[in-house]
Design a binder for this molecule. Sequence first.
Ligand code: FRU
Length: 325
Amino acid sequence: QETIPQHRIGFSQCTGNDDWRRNMLTEMKRELFYHPEMQLLYKDAASDSRRQVAQIRELLAQQIDILVVSPNEAAPLAPVIAEVYSKGIPVIILDRKAATDSFTAYIGGDNYNIGKLAAAYIASTLKGKGRIVEVTGLRGSSPTVERHQGFRDALAHYPGLQVIATLEGGWVADKTQAAAAGNDSAVEKADIIFAQNDVMAYSMYRYCHDKGITHTRFIGVDASPYPDAGIDLVSRGVLSASLLYPSGGKEAISMAADILAGKKVPRNTLLQTVLIDSSNVKLMRLQIDKIQAQHQEIEKQQSLLQEQRSLYQDQQHLLRIVVTT
Ligand code: FRU
């Protein structure tokens, strides 16, 4: 007998259009395999906070049992999230935070520590002396603020390291290119560029490459497992390092299942990070390949099982026809 979904999870994603979030959704869908009682209603706000507010209202109208949300920006999303929560619908906030306490649980990477680790890596790479350009995400998204704060707090211990410019790349390549073009004299002088995600780090690399600037090193965040994404870029030597930013997709779905089953869940779940550079990227790659092969095997088994089930149902149906005629 097929399990009919009894619970609706509304998932409001700030944008679906990058590798890191593609990976998040893949992780969610994998975890959903184990929860046939849950149905995912997915909305992609395409980096538009107003659209995301409207989409959360649409999810409400679709009578979701729980909301998972990754807010594009912290302030504009706060009122609608508080409204959902006040209706008694549990809310899990994932990755980016909202400027409200009205939620059930938060799951996300340790963004402050990511900033600190980036600074420590730069200090050891440049032996405590050099010029840095920092490229941040969208000003209103919480990881921008936390990564920046961790970075600055750790840099304060190294008086020989100087941040000569902070550019806002808004998490995306085209904005990063425009910000670089508007600050080209600082970019030319940088020994190292720390961008708050790999998309922007790669964009800065391409900008410098096109300008014939060859002395600069690049550090990003995310370390997603796709071609031209973090792990690949580190193994090709395009980026010197990337800080792994776990998506939390799997954790969000299993926590949603726990909440809907009436279990108590922690208010804050901080996912750990690790710095990936040439010394450990090979090992990371091997582990990722192994996990992916295992998942593919599980997915194959699951679709075989599905086929068997529908075959069985067809036979039962035929049998009923034969018996009743
Ligand atoms: C993806 C992304 C990541 C970044 C995260 C921060 O949309 O920009 O690259 O680490 O969001 O919320």
